[in-house]
Ligand binder design. Structure first.
Ligand SMILES: *Cc1c(COP(=O)(O)O)cnc(C)c1O
Length: 388
């Protein structure tokens, strides 16, 4: 026990020395363009609240009304007595909006990814994952016990090579982020779905960062590319980002969803989301469809940033999404840049290994529809001033 304590202390010290120590900052405000941090206001460029719905009056109102009616806790898991009318209605609305047979709620995106992959794939099956997939997708693949292969980022040719050993009749699943969470680029879904079809493999797309943001009505990457349930049989979305609430869903065929209800351990053995969160999410789902201006504004901000950053000579990634990383290389450099920006009242998070590959530490800038052009200009001049 004491020996372990010593080992841990030493390991923590090593993390600090390597600029890999992570610490939390306590904020004292709602999510928004400005956050209250250590008694002062800072301009926020690190939230995933892309559409500005986390503190939207109508979303809050739905939350409050449902809490008045249903209380706070859901009381149990969905399969016991925790599956309420708000959960059920949200699932039906999500199925309808995504054009899938059914949708199923999970308490977090992390749990959805673990539960869907490990709930459907077993030993003897094969899972193919993009190297840059979110940790929860990788963990789901490992947990399933299936053969686990990673292909080079967004590289169809490499995936094709890896799939050559795939035997007829053997179950396979291709798993990818829709919008890659740390790079901001988009999966080559048309190619992936064609390859999946050709190989009789399932395709799972985790659209945590695209849902609500991409597509004419916010349906995410599958709406943008017009991909049906036959082409993308497993679609995952999360509520903690553009929806501004919390939780996640998977949408797909009747047989997939019903199997997950029977078999998915992170679905079965956990308490259902609070009904008020489901109610608030229903309002977000409506708002993200009708408020097309939020997507338009976000796109204007992104384009304005990219033009400005190029003029400053900053090296950008091929990202058209609200995630705009600036790669700095060493962890120390990313930490210093983030600290220098914070001194100027601007909060941009530094992302380091193992979240990203060694030598690719970065600033991860994210935009929200609540930003204005003036905020982006403020960010650009701060980036210029800290001379990264
Ligand atoms: C954030 C994220 C998740 C996890 O979702 P939570 O609801 O926060 O647990 C899963 N996949 C991707 C790609 C994400 O970015």
């Amino acid at each position: 026990m004491i020996e372990k304590d010593k080992q841990l202390q030493q390991a923590l010290e090593e993390l600090k020395q390597a600029d890999l120590y992570r610490s939390r900052r306590v904020i004292d405000s709602a999510q928004g363009i400005y956050l209250q941090l250590d008694g002062r206001q800072v301009l926020n460029f690190c939230s995933n609240d892309y559409l500005g719905l986390a503190n939207h009056p109508e979303v809050i109102q739905s939350f409050k009304e449902a809490a008045d009616r249903y209380g706070v806790g859901s009381g149990s898991a969905h399969l016991v007595c925790g599956h309420g009318l708000e959960h059920h209605a949200l699932e039906e609305e999500l199925a309808d909006f995504t054009g899938r047979d059914r949708a199923l709620l999970f308490s977090t995106g992390y749990m959805a990814n673990l539960g869907v992959i490990a709930g459907l794939m077993v030993k003897g099956d094969t899972i193919y994952e993009d190297k840059l997939n979110h940790a929860s997708l990788l963990d789901g693949g490992l947990l399933s016990g299936a053969k686990f292969k990673r292909y080079l980022h967004n590289d169809l040719h490499n995936l094709q090579l890896k799939m050559q050993g795939q035997e007829a009749g053997q179950n396979a699943m291709i798993v990818t982020d829709g919008v890659f969470s740390m790079d901001g680029d988009v999966a080559c879904l048309l190619g992936l779905s064609a390859l999946a079809e050709q190989q009789s493999a399932m395709l799972l797309v985790d659209d945590a960062h695209g849902f609500g943001v991409l597509g004419r009505s916010g349906g995410g990457i599958v709406e943008q590319y017009q991909l049906t349930q036959a082409q993308v049989p497993l679609l995952i979305g999360t509520f903690g980002k553009a929806f501004g609430t919390s939780g996640a869903f998977v949408a797909g065929s009747e047989a997939f969803i019903e199997t997950l209800i029977q078999k998915s351990r992170t679905y079965i053995y956990t308490t259902a989301l609070p009904p008020a969160v489901a109610a608030a999410t229903r309002t977000s789902l409506r708002l993200l469809q009708v408020d097309g201006w939020r997507r338009d504004k976000l796109n204007q901000l992104i384009m304005h940033f990219r033009r400005g950053a190029e003029q400053l000579g900053l090296e950008l990634m091929p990202s058209e999404s609200a995630i705009q990383p600036i790669i700095l290389g060493k962890s120390q450099k990313a930490m210093q840049a983030s600290a220098a920006l914070l001194k100027q009242g601007i909060w941009v998070s530094a992302i380091r290994p193992p979240t990203v590959a060694q030598g690719s530490a970065r600033l991860r800038i994210t935009f929200s529809a609540m930003h204005d052009i003036a905020h982006v200009d403020q960010l650009l001049s701060a980036l210029d001033a800290v001379a990264i």
